[in-house]
Design a protein around this ligand. Structure first.
Ligand code: G6P
Length: 366
């Protein structure tokens, strides 16, 4: 009801603004990186696994894709990420030494539960879930668990569940690295410090809302949008496109920016807004040349850059700057303006933001 919403117009907006608190709660009690954060048996399991298989649906799947970049870079363990509904029905090659990780806000998604059971039926018994509901089927069915503390999420379009999943998955990457002797005490301390500062960093990003409202006015008149990202921000572009289509009904697609020339460039005209996730990381120069390719075809760029990057506004190039570049945890910050862009675009179009047509919060039947 209105009382619970406080100053917010929708649950989705409230949940976007709850993210600093949700991340802080998810990290509560975490004073050091250690496998035991995931359960008593985690050390032995983490020690023996040779790979990771992540299974999830929807937004949770995109958290998994982000985690692949983190786990491979930090822990040097190969990771596969699969859509649960695909994995459960295909003939894959089972690996009993893999760590099977399910990611689910509800812990009740039918396809993700079935994918877990499928893995188990093939002798893959090292199971871990990242889940927001401690009493869910998923937590009961997995040997190991990390409970995110997003709190109840009402909006069908997931927001705070996603950023808390990312927070837990980053801790998983660090814990796996530690068990393998790949995390020095200095690195552990630096990562933990950055994680503890996340709530303040997200709060600073939320302050960009007025600038995003101005962009949303323009977006609300479009029927198509393209989202670009590279590296660990490619799944963030995917999530941004999903948010926009779910609640504003604008057709949106995301591409890794290097793939532009293999197809989507054919769609770029003056009518096409191209949202670019452009953190100040090692790929920024590559991304800038992808942006040139868009501009050369008249595409309108809407760039989320970091404070200190040399990207400036010009004809057809609109820039909003995040307050700081946040290194490996940057995806957690860069998804927030994309959530706000989708929210305010939907608001301008007058759609039912918290209950988009044809969609359910939790898909417990196939
Ligand atoms: C539905 C929701 C999405 C969610 C997905 C997976 O499609 O609308 O927001 O990401 O299910 O749900 P889960 O509870 O497994 O994370």
């Amino acid at each position: 009801g209105a009382a619970e919403l406080g100053p917010y117009r929708h649950y989705m907006q409230k949940e976007i603004f709850e993210q600093p608190r949700a991340i802080a709660d998810t990290l509560e009690g975490v004073t050091a990186v250690m496998p035991e954060l995931f359960g008593d048996k985690a050390y032995n399991i983490f020690k023996k696994i040779d790979s990771v298989l992540i299974l999830a649906c929807g937004t949770s799947f995109y958290a998994g894709v982000t985690a692949k970049y983190w786990i491979e870079a930090i822990a040097k363990i190969p990771v596969n990420v699969e859509i649960a509904s695909e994995y459960r029905y295909r003939e894959s090659v089972p690996n009993p030494n893999a760590l099977v990780v399910t990611i689910s806000q509800s812990g009740e998604t039918a396809d993700t539960l079935a994918a877990l059971k499928h893995a188990r039926s093939q002798d893959m018994l090292n199971t871990l879930t990242i889940c927001n509901v401690a009493t869910s089927a998923m937590v009961r069915e997995c040997k190991l668990a990390y409970i995110t503390h997003a709190g109840v999420e009402v909006g069908v379009a997931s927001t705070k569940a996603f950023t808390t999943q990312l927070t837990a998955l980053f801790l998983l990457a660090l814990s796996l690295a530690q068990v393998r002797g790949r995390l020095s005490e200095e690195e552990e301390a630096a990562h933990l410090k950055a994680m503890r500062h996340l709530p303040a960093a997200v709060t600073a990003v939320l302050a960009l809302e007025p600038q995003i409202i101005a962009w949303a006015e323009e977006f609300s008149r479009k029927e198509n949008a393209l989202f670009l990202g590279r590296g660990m921000h490619y799944p963030i572009a995917l999530e941004g496109a999903l948010k926009l289509k779910e609640i504003s009904y604008i057709h949106a697609e995301a591409y890794p920016a290097g793939e532009l020339k293999h197809g989507p460039l054919a769609l770029v005209t003056q009518e096409m807004p191209v949202v670019t996730v452009a953190p100040n990381d090692a790929l920024i120069e590559k991304l800038k040349s992808n942006m040139q390719e868009v501009r050369a075809r008249g595409g309108q760029l809407y760039v989320f850059a970091d404070a200190d990057s040399r990207i400036s506004s010009s004809e057809g190039v609109h820039v909003i700057r995040l307050p700081e570049h946040y290194g490996m945890l940057s995806p957690i910050l860069h998804v927030v303006p994309l959530q706000m862009l989708a929210y305010h675009t939907a608001l301008a179009r007058g759609t039912d933001v918290d209950k988009p047509r044809n969609l359910a919060k939790s898909v417990t039947v196939e």
